[in-house]
Design a protein around this ligand. Structure first.
Ligand code: AMP
Ligand code: MG
Length: 398
């Protein structure tokens, strides 16, 4: 049985290099860059005013005070977006607004609050340190600076940086089409009445948005009853339309678990089918040409945890993401947590407002309520009790 890190490393290694496509910058949020982007220009690209006020020569207003103001002539009015063609002469100033290009001859801006207009003249009540309230060309970004590296995610704030440099189209990793196939003869679609012994299918409803969140394009397939033929047919059509196939159920050792056999009958190569973790010991990873199978256990909590720890990283890496692990942050245990088993246990935990970490409830792998109540996962090693007050690392999914 593989440990989680080995399983993950093997799985990430087998993925193909990301395929790039060009998209408009405005449609790139959540995508991963396929190229490093360097700035084509300086930002700011010209010296400009950081304030509504008056552009001056600092030497002209040296010594200005509330009690001994200095009067200057207003020689120009420069709104943001306009250029003053002339040059500011000694004793002159220019009315400027935030973002307005600084006129030639000026070197500083006195803010409006430190001035008083008297006809054509203005009284300055405060002296200016040279360069005060001026945003210098290139002080934020220099032409040629690396703005983003390949593999970085495109957050709205990085998009703003790129937009400010005039970038309008960028190369990002293509999104994988991800087929979602749920197996189990007991499963019913929502909206239909349940017959005795049947349950409503819930894994596709959970996995589909989880796939979307990490950048995949989910394609939900109809339910598959437990037979070799039905499972093979479903896998065949799933593989014919998708880059990645995620199945739920049918990967354990029972004689009604057909995913592995059906996959092999399609000439799929099984790479591994057990990972030493709880929940989620049965977990299938296989390859069919350049396409990949992730066979998740059917128990909802097992499907959830294996998706987060093994499938999410793969979907991210498939798109070229350089960071694939779950976000994590430190916490302090508000109660003792024990793992008496011989596999590491990913315990669903909740956090209170003070950052104390507690079990989210019943930890069985079919227990939906504790999963729904959880904020994160805690990796508890085998045969270990973590005492109340221990420092821990909480893995989050958002
Ligand atoms: P399996 O992995 O097929 O042995 O299923 C393990 C448990 O999970 C069984 O109790 C199934 O009824 C349940 N289960 C399997 N697939 C789903 C699903 N898609 N939605 C909800 N429960 C499921
Ligand atoms: Mg089953």
């Amino acid at each position: 049985m593989l440990d989680l890190e080995t399983a993950l490393a093997r799985l990430l290694e087998s993925l193909p290099p990301p395929k790039a496509e060009r998209v408009p910058l405005t449609a790139s949020a959540g995508r991963f860059l396929a190229e490093k982007i360097c700035s084509p220009l300086d930002i700011p690209s010209f010296d400009n005013s950081a304030m509504d006020g008056y552009a001056v020569r600092a030497t002209d207003v040296r010594g200005a005070r509330a009690v001994s103001p200095i009067a200057l002539k207003i020689a120009a009015k420069i709104p943001a977006g306009e250029m003053f063609k002339g040059e500011l002469l000694a004793g002159d100033c220019a009315r400027v607004f935030t973002g307005a290009p600084l006129p030639r001859g000026s070197d500083s801006v006195v803010m409006q609050e430190d001035t008083l207009v008297v006809g054509e003249r203005i009284l300055i009540f405060d002296e200016a340190v040279l360069g005060e309230n001026v945003r210098r060309q290139g002080e934020d970004v220099r032409q040629g600076d690396a703005l983003v590296e390949a593999g970085e995610d495109l957050s709205p704030w990085k998009i703003a940086l790129l937009a400010a440099t005039g970038v309008c189209e960028i190369a990002v990793g293509r999104r994988p089409d991800v087929a979602l196939v749920a197996t189990g003869s007991e499963l019913r679609e929502a909206g239909l009445p349940l017959q005795p012994g049947q349950i409503y299918e819930s894994n596709r409803a959970m996995l589909s948005p989880l796939i979307t969140r990490c950048g995949g394009v989910p394609n939900v397939f109809p339910l598959v009853p437990d037979s070799l033929e039905a499972t093979r047919d479903a896998l065949q059509s799933a593989f014919s339309t998708s880059d990645i196939v995620v199945t739920s159920g049918g990967v354990s050792v029972g004689e009604l678990d057909f995913v592995k056999a059906a996959f092999e009958s399609l000439r799929g190569e099984l790479h591994f089918w057990k990972v030493a973790m709880r929940p989620g010991k049965p977990f299938v990873f296989g390859r069919l040409g350049e396409k990949f199978l992730f066979g998740l256990p059917g128990n909802p909590v097992s499907a959830f945890v294996t998706f987060l720890l093994l499938v999410r990283p793969a979907i991210l890496r498939w798109q070229g993401a350089n960071k694939t692990s779950l976000p994590a942050h430190p916490g302090v245990l508000g109660e003792a947590l024990s793992n008496t088993g011989d596999r590491r246990h990913f315990v669903r935990v909740r956090e209170d407002a003070t950052g104390k970490v507690f079990s989210a409830g019943k930890q069985a792998s079919h227990a939906l309520c504790s999963m729904a109540a959880a904020d994160g996962l805690l990796d508890v090693p085998p045969r270990t009790t973590l005492a109340i007050g221990s420092s821990v690392t909480v893995l989050r999914w958002n």
